[in-house]
Design a protein around this ligand. Structure first.
Ligand code: E4P
Length: 217
């Protein structure tokens, strides 16, 4: 399973990319707004940090403007994946960009039917938002399972990109279901390392080691 970082904070992304297990980055208009920076400059900087896909989202809602924005975002770097919302205009834009060789990430997916249409429109990635469904008391991971089944039934090449991740358990569940990608907020990615027994065990090893008086180097 590929791990993407869900962030538009260039400094934060640089820190996590050093770990070697970040395969790409996703941004959205809210994350760009939070960064307080220009979208074109920010996406260009992120694209220089990774060879993996960097999702940059259009901000228009009509097809013609979405397409123009998508083309401009795609021209920033060869690893930009243009993100479009799962609307009729978004799917038309997805088809046009995909036909021109641009990777498209269709976002704001909440049903398996929407995911089916995104695959038919040539999406490289579908982004179902599990956390926002869970927030409403619905079953976010149930949606992932259904989409994986549908895509497998027809050998569809669209990658299932689990988004709106709220916990480390979401990451594990996504992996158990065989999702292709999970995009993780930096805070959750940091939490994946952590276990109290790891810390406790390391403290005990260090204390015992100090007692030996040895040095490996
Ligand atoms: C990813 O592509 C999405 O933009 C992101 O995961 C949304 O997460 P949120 O529901 O926490 O805003």
């Amino acid at each position: 399973m590929k791990i993407f970082l869900d962030s538009a904070d260039v400094a934060e992304i640089a820190t996590y990319i050093k770990t070697g297990f970040v395969d790409g980055v996703t941004t959205n208009p809210s994350l760009i707004a939070k960064s307080g920076r220009n979208i074109i400059e920010t996406i260009a900087e992120i694209c220089e940090m990774t060879d993996g896909p960097v999702s940059a989202e259009v901000a228009a809602t009509d097809h013609d403007t979405m397409l123009a924005e998508g083309r401009k975002l795609a021209a920033i770097a060869k690893n930009v994946a243009v993100k479009v919302p799962l609307t009729e205009a978004g799917l038309m834009t997805c088809r046009a960009l995909a036909d021109a060789g641009t990777k498209v990430n269709v976002t704001l997916c909440f049903t398996p039917g929407q995911a089916l249409l995104a695959a038919k429109a040539g999406a490289a990635f579908i982004s179902p938002f599990v956390g926002r469904l869970d927030d409403l008391g619905a079953d976010g991971m149930g949606l992932i399972e259904e989409i994986c089944t549908i895509y497998n039934n027809y050998d569809m090449q669209t990658e299932v990109l689990v988004a709106s991740v709220r916990s480390t358990q979401h990451v594990v569940d996504a992996a158990l279901l065989g999702a292709d990608v999970v995009t993780i907020p930096p805070k959750i990615l940091g939490a994946l390392y952590k276990h109290p027994l790891t810390d406790k065990g390391l403290d005990a090893f260090m204390a015992d080691w100090a007692g030996t008086g040895q040095s490996i180097l």
